[in-house]
Design a protein around this ligand. Structure first.
Ligand code: ASP
Length: 439
C-alpha cells in the first residue's frame, strides 16, 4: 500500500502543527510520499509565508531594502526548526535566496521558496529524502504544464526513493527556471505525485474535516459529505465550493486514485472521499449545494422563433463575438434566455443588444440583473422521485421566487436561478429539506 500525503499551509504553520503532522505520518507505514505547502497562517490576521515572499520580492524589484521582510520569513522557519529541536541550518539557502532576489530571479521563483524551504524542514524532521520539485515537474516553453514529461521524470525519480518529501506548488522549465502553479497549487503537486507512484490513496490534509454539504457562511455547521464523485465535485467547485485546487482532479481521476480530504487537527474524523464512481448510497438524496451571485439574464423573444432554423446559433454567436461565455440557456416556445456573468456582460451590454437585433430581429430583448444561480448536485437524485418537487416546495415555503430551472439530462444537478437577495434563504431552505428533515 502506497499513500501520498499533502499538507496545507495551516497544517504546517508552526512547530506544534508539524508535530501533529509527524504523528500522522509515523502512525501509518504506507504514508511514504509527502507534499508540503509553505507555512500558512498561525492565527487570524497572520500572514502566509507565500504572501510574505511575494511582498519581499516586490520590494527587491523596486530596488529597495527587503532585509526586514526577509528576516520575518527567516523567523517563521527558525521558529519551526527550534520548536522541533532540529539540527538544521537554512543559512546557505537564505543566502542564495537573497542573492537571487537581488538578481530579480522572478516572482514565481520567489513564491516557490516557501514550499522549497518547508520541504527541507519536513525532510529533516521525518528523515525522508528531499526531492526538489524543480527537477521533476516540467513546464514547456509556452509556460504550459507538461504532463507527459512530468510523469516520466517523477516516476523515474521516485522509483529510487522508498520515502520522499516533494515540495508543492512549483516546477521548472527545461532550463531550470522555476515556475509555479496558480495559488493553492500544492494540491496539484500531490495529485501528480499520486499518479506517478500509482498510489492507492491521495490524502489531502487540511484544517476542515472534509467537503461540506454547503457553505458554512450560509448554514451553520453543515454536514460533511462522506463520499463524492469527481463529477459531482466538478459541478460544485464550478459553482464556487472550494476545498481543492481544480486542476488537482484530472491527474488522479484518470488513474482512478481516490482522494481523501482529512483534518490535521482531527485526524480521527473520516473526512471526505472523492472517487471516480461508487455504488455507496449517498447519505442524503443530494450530495451538495453551491451557488454564486452576480448573474444577468438576457431574454430574447420573437414569435415563431421555434421554426427559425439557426436562431440559437446566431444569438450565441453574438456573445461569442464579444468574448462572453454563457452559463445557461433555458428556452421556451418563442423565447430564449441567456445567463451570463454580470461583470463580464455589463461593459459590452450595448454591443450585445445591437448584435442580437442585427442577427435575429427579435420582437424584444429584456434584461434582468442581480441574479444568483444555485446548483443542487447529487448522484442520488437520479433514482429518487420527487426531488425537484421537494426543492420547489421548500423554496415556496421560504418565500423565494424561482426565476429559472435547468436540470441537466444527466440528472446529476438541478440549477435554480433566484434573485441575489434570496440566495442565502434559498440555500438554507434546500439544505433544511434534504439534510435536516432527511426524508
Ligand atoms: N503556498 C501556496 C499558496 O499559498 C501554494 C499552496 O499552499 O498550495 O497559494
Amino acid at each position: 500500500m502506497k499513500k501520498i500525503v499533502k499538507f496545507g499551509g495551516s497544517s504546517l504553520a508552526n512547530a506544534q502543527q508539524f508535530e501533529k503532522v509527524g504523528e500522522i505520518i509515523r502512525s501509518d507505514e504506507s504514508r511514504r510520499y509527502v507534499v508540503p505547502s509553505a507555512p500558512g497562517k498561525r492565527f487570524d490576521g497572520d500572514t502566509k509565508v507565500t504572501d510574505l515572499l511575494y511582498k519581499c520580492y516586490n520590494i527587491a524589484v523596486q530596488g529597495e531594502d527587503f532585509g526586514a521582510v526577509l528576516q520575518e520569513i527567516k523567523e517563521r522557519y527558525y521558529e519551526i526548526i527550534r520548536g522541533l529541536k532540529l539540527d538544521l541550518s537554512l543559512e546557505d539557502e537564505f543566502a542564495q535566496i537573497e542573492k537571487d532576489f537581488k538578481a530579480q530571479a522572478g516572482s514565481d521563483y520567489a513564491a516557490s521558496r516557501g514550499e522549497f524551504l518547508n520541504g527541507k524542514v519536513m525532510a529533516a524532521y521525518l528523515g525522508y529524502e528531499f526531492v526538489d520539485a524543480a527537477t521533476v515537474i516540467r513546464f514547456d516553453k509556452n509556460g504550459n504544464f507538461d504532463a507527459d514529461k512530468t510523469d516520466k521524470l517523477l516516476s523515474k525519480r521516485l522509483a529510487k526513493c522508498e520515502r520522499a518529501v516533494i515540495p508543492g506548488f512549483y516546477g521548472a522549465y527545461e532550463d531550470g527556471t522555476v515556475k509555479t502553479f496558480s495559488r493553492g497549487g500544492s494540491d496539484v503537486t500531490g495529485s501528480l505525485v499520486a499518479k506517478a507512484i500509482k498510489a492507492d490513496l491521495y490524502e489531502n490534509w487540511t484544517d476542515v474535516s472534509g467537503f461540506l454539504v454547503t457553505d458554512p457562511r450560509i448554514v451553520e455547521n453543515p454536514a460533511v459529505i462522506e463520499t463524492i464523485t469527481y463529477r459531482e465535485l466538478r459541478e460544485l467547485s464550478y459553482m464556487g465550493a472550494t476545498v481543492l485546487h481544480e486542476d488537482a482532479i484530472f491527474p488522479v481521476r484518470k488513474e482512478g486514485i481516490p482522494i481523501n480530504i482529512k483534518n490535521t487537527n482531527k485526524p480521527e474524523d473520516k473526512g471526505t472521499f472523492i472517487v471516480e464512481s461508487t455504488c455507496k448510497k449517498p447519505k442524503y438524496t443530494i450530495t451538495g449545494i453551491a451557488g454564486k451571485k452576480g448573474f444577468c439574464s438576457i431574454n430574447i423573444e420573437k414569435s415563431m422563433m421555434n421554426s427559425e432554423v439557426g436562431f440559437g446559433r446566431k444569438v450565441l454567436q453574438v456573445f461569442e463575438d464579444q468574448g462572453i461565455s454563457f452559463e445557461h440557456i433555458p428556452s421556451g416556445i418563442d423565447t430564449l434566455t441567456v445567463y451570463v456573468h454580470q461583470d463580464e456582460f455589463e461593459e459590452k451590454e450595448q454591443q450585445v443588444i445591437a448584435g442580437i437585433h442585427r442577427a435575429v430581429q427579435p420582437d424584444f430583448v429584456e434584461m434582468e440583473s442581480d441574479l444568483a444561480l444555485i446548483a443542487v448536485v447529487g448522484r442520488g437524485m437520479k433514482s429518487q422521485r420527487g426531488t425537484a418537487g421537494r426543492i420547489f416546495s421548500a423554496l415556496a415555503h421560504a418565500n423565494v421566487n424561482v426565476k429559472m430551472i435547468d436540470q441537466g439530462s444527466s440528472e446529476l444537478n438541478i440549477i435554480i436561478g433566484v434573485e441575489n437577495r434570496d440566495f442565502e434563504a434559498a440555500v438554507k431552505a434546500i439544505y433544511d429539506i434534504f439534510v435536516l428533515t432527511q426524508i
